[in-house]
Ligand binder design. Structure first.
Ligand SMILES: Cc1cc2nc3c(=O)[nH]c(=O)nc-3n(C[C@H](O)[C@H](O)[C@H](O)COP(=O)(O)OP(=O)(O)OC[C@H]3O[C@@H](n4cnc5c(N)ncnc54)[C@H](O)[C@@H]3O)c2cc1C
Length: 388
């Protein structure tokens, strides 16, 4: 892996080598641009995540040259990933004796459960193969026009990208931090050694908390808990979901629990002069949508095209468009989180009308158009159910 002094002049300088920064590096380098990336941390870079890649996320990843459905990669990842067939909602709100279950199969293709560190390694390998230069344990001190002063050196860059996550320093330096109000919740992730009992991503709903389970290999599952209050520990979190607790009773944890904040946040602008923000630095949707990574990958493709056209306003418009549907999904799912009454009603509705859940999944993963959902009345009837 390349680690060395920073060159003097580059086309694109990216701060943050998480999925957003690496995807941007890959997309820009694929356009023939010279790219450098710095990160304050060093690999292996891990983060609390649900670790489920939906078919639409896989499609965006394939556009970046990483096709997880390709036979050679499938073989390579046979023991470190798991094919996913659909989504299952399991409700056990406090006032319901029997769990409510509803499920839908992805309309086309499979998803894939993949450990975050494995995904990071795949992105890193692709970036290096395209000639991207990476510098670890390096941070930005200040930016003056096209000059970026880092903890090691000064770089002249035509474009500067802030891919440095929720607490983005680049967003602050570029004065792009004006945000619409949002929400914040707390996530806790734990892997368990157990043969997956399903090839669905299971989302378990309790009052004001969710646990989602993603098989990530033939002998391991990832569980991500999310709630507005901090969990005491994994046992405390599992106690909220009795059926899941029973399943995992004798499954040993395979790593230390890892916590993270998930935010639903929208910024007024994501570009300023020659600076653009991507990934969580540019705003985010609640983790329950499972859309954070897909957004990173899609934004990267749009941003590289804007670099090529020398026009960041194209990215500003594309960014707003890309966030529209995930934001709607985030708001709807958070409505279910906040109100046990809405939660119970929605889960009962999904159970009685599984087709409604299938239609929503289709829209969620971009297989149907958002406006068609609205005009076909499905969205209207769902909103009617959950708000009446
Ligand atoms: C509990 C939880 C579960 C989630 N589940 C899913 C899921 O199932 N599916 C999904 O698609 N998304 C999920 N997400 C969202 C997803 O993890 C994020 O959207 C994604 O990590 C965003 O990537 P990023 O590159 O923008 O930011 P990050 O992954 O946060 O990466 C930012 C990088 O910038 C570096 N950095 C930070 N500050 C500096 C600095 N000053 N200088 C240099 N480097 C810096 C960091 O070291 C890091 O490597 C989940 C999130 C949470 C919290």
């Amino acid at each position: 892996m390349y680690v060395g002094t920073i060159s003097r002049r580059v086309d694109v300088f990216i701060v943050g080598a998480g999925p957003g920064g690496l995807a941007c590096a890959i997309a820009a380098a694929s356009q023939g641009l010279q790219v450098e990336v710095i990160d304050a941390a060093k690999p292996p870079i891990d983060k609390a995540c649900g670790e489920g890649l939906m078919p639409d996320t896989l499609a965006a990843l394939a556009q970046l040259g990483i096709d997880l459905n390709h036979a050679s990669i499938q073989e390579e990842l046979q023991s470190s990933s798991f094919p996913l067939r659909g989504i299952r909602f399991i409700g056990s709100p406090s006032d319901t004796r029997r769990a409510t279950t509803t499920e839908a199969i992805f309309p086309e293709g499979q998803g894939r459960g993949l450990r975050r560190t494995v995904l990071h390694q795949l992105l890193l390998q692709r970036a290096l193969a395209l000639g991207v230069r990476l510098h670890w344990q390096t941070s930005v001190q200040r930016i003056e026009g096209e000059q970026v002063h880092t903890s090691r050196n000064t770089v002249h860059a035509r474009w500067i990208v802030g891919a440095d996550g929720h607490q983005s320093r680049i967003r602050f330096l570029a004065k792009l931090h004006k945000a619409s109000s949002g929400s914040q919740r707390i996530g806790l992730r734990q892997h368990f050694a157990i043969t997956p009992w399903t090839d669905f991503v299971e989302v378990h709903w309790a009052d004001h908390a969710q646990a989602y389970v993603t098989p990530v290999s033939p002998n391991e599952v990832c569980v991500a808990f999310i709630a507005s209050k901090k969990f005491t520990n994994i046992q405390g979190a599992l106690a909220l979901f009795p059926s899941l607790q029973r399943r995992l009773m004798s499954a040993p944890a395979t790593d230390k629990p890892r916590g993270a904040i998930t935010m639903s946040r929208r910024f007024h602008h994501v570009t300023s002069g020659n600076i653009a923000l991507i990934g969580d630095a540019s705003g985010s949707v609640d983790a329950i949508t499972g859309e954070g990574l897909a957004l990173c990958f899609r934004q990267a493709i749009e941003l590289a095209q804007a670099f090529k056209a020398e026009d960041l306003s194209l990215y500003e418009q594309a960014h707003a468009r890309l966030h529209r549907l995930p934001r709607f999904m985030s708001r709807s799912l958070l409505m279910m989180d906040r109100s046990p009454r809405v939660l119970k009603k929605t889960l009962n509705t999904f159970q009685r009308k599984p087709d409604l859940f299938s239609q929503l999944l289709k829209v969620h993963i971009g297989h149907s158009q958002f406006h068609l959902l609205g005009s076909s009345g499905i969205l209207a009837s769902l909103l009617c159910f959950i708000t009446s």
